[in-house]
Ligand binder design. Structure first.
Ligand SMILES: [Ca+2]
Length: 115
């Protein structure tokens, strides 16, 4: 019955808990030119357009990094379902073969040839 609200984090839309620094939530500041702003899958969230397809999960739901929106992983990246919140479908190859799991299928340790 009683619902305890977490501290901070605005009103009502903090269900996900963890976020990788989105540009902002709610209304886009009027002072920002439109071309500097990109929207996330969640219309309440937005990022700066240079955060789109930069390999980092800025939206929190990977909507800024999904393959229909972005080109496939670049040469410095390994394609796998990431276990790391800040990455999505690509992890930096520097994380391959470091004896730490970064892909849910362990391909960073077993298939990736390394950096
Ligand atoms: Ca991003």
């Amino acid at each position: 019955m009683n619902r305890i609200s977490p501290q901070g984090e605005g009103n009502g839309n903090s269900a996900a808990g963890t976020k990788a620094r989105p540009g902002g939530e709610g209304d886009v500041p009027q002072s920002l030119p439109r071309f500097l702003v990109a929207h996330c899958g969640n219309p309440a969230s937005w990022i700066y357009s240079d955060q789109k397809c930069d390999g980092t999960n800025n939206c929190g739901d990977c909507s800024d990094e999904l393959s229909p929106v972005c080109p496939p992983c670049g040469p410095g990246w390994w394609r796998c379902p990431s276990t790391v919140f800040r990455f999505c479908g690509c992890i930096p190859r520097s994380l391959c073969r470091d004896h730490v799991q970064h892909c849910s299928d362990w391909s960073d340790e077993y298939s990736c040839p390394g950096p």
